[in-house]
Write a protein that binds this ligand. Structure first.
Ligand code: DQA
Length: 147
């Protein structure tokens, strides 16, 4: 069974409680559950990982990224400066969708730069938790077409 890896960066474990006016009230567990259910109906295994530590995310990508069929990643603040995370993603041939709950381009200038975007296949930003589901739908359709 093909695996889709979902990576959540720093502070995303606080979703639901963290600045809900920006990030919404949906928790990370609820997002992961919605993704796992949809992946299962499409015949994929979903592996979700959250860490507040860049090195742990690099370790995960080195371990799981190479065999993953696709990657969905919300790097949190690492989006804007996480070069080790970017390099770990750049090494992979698998499709990578960068997701942000908020529209980073409508926020503070430091959020307008993503060091991840140049190594990602595409980016979804500002659509809340549904952005993850849309990323998964794209992967499911694209991977099915490639089979
Ligand atoms: C975020 C946007 C980032 O700028 C921020 O640091 C986050 C969350 C988002 O999902 O909107 O932690 O990636």
């Amino acid at each position: 069974m093909l695996t889709i890896v979902v990576i959540h960066g720093p502070n995303l474990n606080m979703l639901g409680r963290r600045e809900p006016e920006i990030y919404g009230r949906t928790t990370l567990a609820e997002i992961d559950a919605a993704l796992a259910t949809r992946a299962a109906t499409a015949g994929f295994r979903l592996l979700s990982v959250q860490s507040n530590h860049e090195g742990a995310l690099v370790d995960c990508l080195q371990g799981e990224g190479w065999t993953a069929a696709g990657i969905i990643i919300n790097p949190g603040a690492l989006t804007h400066y996480g070069l080790a995370l970017r390099d770990a993603l750049a090494a992979l041939a698998t499709p990578i969708i960068e997701v942000h709950l908020s529209n980073v381009y409508r926020r503070e200038p430091f959020r307008h730069t993503s060091v991840i975007a140049p190594v990602a296949t595409g980016q979804i930003t500002g659509l809340g938790w549904r952005g993850y589901v849309l990323a998964l739908e794209w992967l499911i359709e694209t991977l099915a077409a490639d089979r």
